[in-house]
Write a protein that binds this ligand. Structure first.
Ligand SMILES: Nc1ncnc2c1ncn2[C@@H]1O[C@H](COP(=O)(O)OP(=O)(O)OP(=O)(O)O)[C@@H](O)[C@H]1O
Length: 260
C-alpha cells in the first residue's frame, strides 16, 4: 500500500481548562490513503475540528502519534502540504477574488505572472472564471466559499482540510457545491478530510465516513461508502445510499448522550 496520507496512532489531546481537563481526542487510530475522501461526523464537541487542527499543526496532540504525507504535521505545514477551508469564507473584502487567491502565492514569492496564472487555474477548477476582478461582496455566499476553496488550492497541496465549508448555505446551494466538489476531487485526486453535521452530505461525498462521539472525543465507527465515483444527486434515493446513511445514523445514536 502507498504511504498513508494521514496515519494516526493512539492520538489524544487533552485541553487543560479552569473546569478541569477536556478530553477532546482520545485514542484515535486511523489510516487515510492518498486520494480518499473522508468525512468526520458527530455531535458538537466530539473533536472533529480538533482532529482537523491537529492534522494542520494548529494544535499539538498530548499523546500518540500522527504523520501527514509521511512527515510530522509541522513539516507538512512548512512544506505547504495542505489547504484549509473554514466554515466562513474569510476573504479579504478589499481584495478582488483573484487578489485573494493570489495572496498566499505572493507571500511565497511567486512572480505576478505566475501568481495570476495559478489563480486563474484554481478559479477555473471551482467554476469562477470570469469573476476574477469582482470583490467578495459582489458574490453570493456559495461563490465566496468556492473562492475560498480556490485559495486553499493555490499551493496545489495534496491534502485539502475542510471544516464544515457548506454549513451556512441553503440546501440547494449546498447540493450544487457538493456536486462541484465531487467533480473537483475526481479531477485532482486530492486527499480530502471534510467535517460535516449532515449525514446525506457525508454519504454523497465520501469514500469513508468516520463517526465520532464526545466526552471523550473518539472514533466510534468507520463506515465504507462504496458508491463509486459517478454520483448524480439522485443517488440519494437509492437503497444502497439509504443503507449507508442508516448505518451512520445508528453510529451517531449509539454515541449520543441524551441529557434532560
Ligand atoms: N482551545 C481549547 N481549549 C479548551 N477546550 C477546547 C479548545 N478547543 C476545543 N475544546 C473543547 O474540545 C472539545 C472538542 O471540540 P471541537 O471543536 O473539536 O468539537 P467539534 O466536534 O468540532 O464540535 P462542533 O461540531 O461544535 O464544531 C469540546 O469539548 C471543546 O469545548
Amino acid at each position: 500500500m502507498a504511504e498513508p496520507a494521514i496515519a494516526a496512532r493512539n492520538l489524544s489531546l487533552v485541553f487543560g481548562t479552569n473546569d478541569g481537563p477536556v478530553h477532546a481526542l482520545s485514542d484515535v487510530n486511523i489510516d487515510i490513503a492518498p486520494g480518499e475522501f473522508i468525512s468526520l461526523i458527530g455531535p458538537s464537541g466530539c473533536g472533529k475540528t480538533t482532529l482537523l487542527r491537529v492534522i494542520a499543526d494548529l494544535e499539538k496532540p498530548t499523546g500518540g502519534e500522527i504523520r501527514v504525507n509521511g512527515v510530522t504535521p509541522e513539516e507538512a505545514r512548512l512544506a505547504r502540504d495542505y489547504g484549509y477551508v473554514f466554515q466562513a469564507p474569510a476573504l479579504f473584502p478589499w481584495r478582488t477574488i483573484e487578489g485573494n487567491v493570489m495572496l498566499p502565492l505572493q507571500i511565497m514569492g511567486l512572480s505576478k505572472a505566475e501568481r495570476q496564472e495559478r489563480a486563474r487555474k484554481q478559479l477555473a477548477l471551482v467554476n469562477l472564471s470570469g469573476f476574477e476582478r469582482k470583490f467578495p461582496w459582489q458574490l453570493s455566499g456559495g461563490m465566496q466559499q468556492r473562492a475560498s476553496i480556490a485559495r486553499a488550492l493555490a499551493f496545489e497541496p495534496k491534502l485539502l482540510l475542510m471544516d464544515e465549508p457548506f454549513g451556512a448555505l441553503d440546501e440547494i446551494v449546498r447540493d450544487h457545491l457538493n456536486e462541484q466538489l465531487l467533480k473537483l476531487w475526481a479531477a485532482t485526486r486530492k486527499t480530502v478530510v471534510f467535517v460535516t453535521h449532515s449525514i446525506p452530505e457525508a454519504v454523497f461525498l465520501s469514500t469513508r465516513i468516520v463517526v465520532m462521539s464526545p466526552r471523550p472525543g473518539r472514533i466510534t465507527d468507520i463506515v465504507d461508502c462504496d458508491l463509486g465515483p459517478d454520483r448524480p444527486l439522485e443517488i440519494r434515493e437509492t437503497s444502497e445510499f439509504l443503507r449507508i446513511a442508516q448505518r451512520v445514523r445508528e453510529g451517531l445514536r449509539a454515541g449520543h448522550s441524551y441529557e434532560g
